[in-house]
Design a protein around this ligand. Structure first.
Ligand code: ADP
Ligand code: NA
Length: 328
């Protein structure tokens, strides 16, 4: 019985991943390796849907791979690669664009949200067709499962529609991917504005994996909380402390109830100070590993090259079938 195949990607568009990326996604990437045939890619093709500085993009791609390795993605068990190293993504992406209706693409709500914030001449066509490239990313590997958050559901539906369309227009070719709702993911909120999700676009309220751990602890100590004293989970009325409880629980494995008991009678200051220590202890060995991957340039290159070879082995097979059926 082959293990189900899972595919996921992350953009190399920040100097560091943040705690939201880890607790909301990357931690599950690590866990999924145990019972899945996992394909994980750093999606640099998606990154250029908005303008990137070349040297920065190159460096961020390497740092992204190093962080994934440091967090526990095992390049022996999983196929870890950089999207642009596998030209089949762009090739199948074009085929998928030609299968997609203009109106169908125009109904993608994430594009509407993202493009609404910018003047039309600054919005690239690539940003518009990005969900179609994402469909190609998934279908190339015949992935059975894709871990998705709410914001990606519509894109996965498009992927399934395109797979179905190709399969019925030609003949069965693509596996229909299912949404994989992963247990144990947590949504993490901005430390300064706990009504908003932690995001790379708001540095003040974000904890970065690669930031100075002491500075991160300080950010936690100055996180926005309510005016009560009681350490109690209540996402609606006590969003700030609830977010910190989620982070504390996620990083230590203690349940929220255990933490509430442990901190009964203590103030927010004590709790935040301890959580700062938890973050320092968690992040320091990860930073050491990232550094050692980045210091050994040849080894990191080798890992990326092997990953790309393994990915291409699968991707090229799918693309060859597709091209033949189309009439190329
Ligand atoms: P950002 O929101 O900082 O731009 P991305 O959109 O690049 O981050 O997200 C990469 C992955 O991390 C996605 O799977 C996304 O769902 C997850 N993620 C991002 N921010 C959070 C958060 N605050 N809480 C939980 N998961 C998050
Ligand atoms: Na985002």
């Amino acid at each position: 019985e082959p293990r189900p195949r899972v595919l996921s990607g992350i953009q190399p568009t920040a100097d560091s991943f943040h705690l939201g990326n880890y607790l909301g996604a990357l931690r599950q990437w690590v866990a999924l390796q145990d019972d899945h045939d996992a394909f994980y890619c750093v999606v640099d093709l998606h990154a250029i849907t908005v303008e990137q500085n070349p040297a920065e993009l190159r460096q961020r791609t390497r740092v992204s791979v190093a962080q994934l390795l440091a967090l526990g993605i095992d390049p022996e068990r999983s196929t870890l690669f950089v999207q642009s190293h596998v030209p089949e993504h762009a090739q199948l992406g074009w085929v998928m664009q030609c299968l997609t209706g203009f109106g169908e693409a125009g109904r993608m709500t994430q594009f509407k949200d993202k493009s609404a914030r910018q003047a039309a001449e600054h919005v690239s066509v690539g940003l518009f067709t990005y969900p179609i490239l994402q469909a190609a990313d998934i279908l190339l590997y015949q992935a059975n499962r894709v871990p998705v958050g709410e914001d990606q559901r519509q894109h996965l539906e498009l992927t399934r529609d395109l797979a179905n369309r190709f399969n019925s227009r030609y003949s069965p070719t693509f596996t229909l991917p299912e949404a994989h709702i992963v247990k144990g993911t947590a949504k993490i909120y901005d430390l300064q504005d706990p009504a908003a999700k932690m995001s790379k676009s708001v540095p003040a309220g974000m904890i970065e994996l690669l930031a100075d751990p002491k500075a991160s602890a300080k950010k936690i100590r100055s996180a926005v909380t309510d005016t009560e004293r009681e350490i109690r989970f209540d996402a609606e009325h006590k969003a700030g402390i609830s977010n910190l409880l989620t982070i504390y629980s996620s990083l230590t494995g203690k349940t929220v109830a255990e933490l509430e008991t442990q901190y009964a009678g203590q103030g927010y200051g004590d709790f935040k100070k301890d959580l700062g220590e938890v973050v320092i202890e968690w992040v320091t060995p990860i930073q050491d590993k990232v550094k050692s991957y980045l210091d050994d340039k040849a080894e990191l290159d080798k890992i990326m090259q092997r990953g790309a070879e393994r990915a291409r082995h699968v991707a090229a097979r799918t693309l060859a079938k597709v091209y033949k059926k189309i009439g190329f």
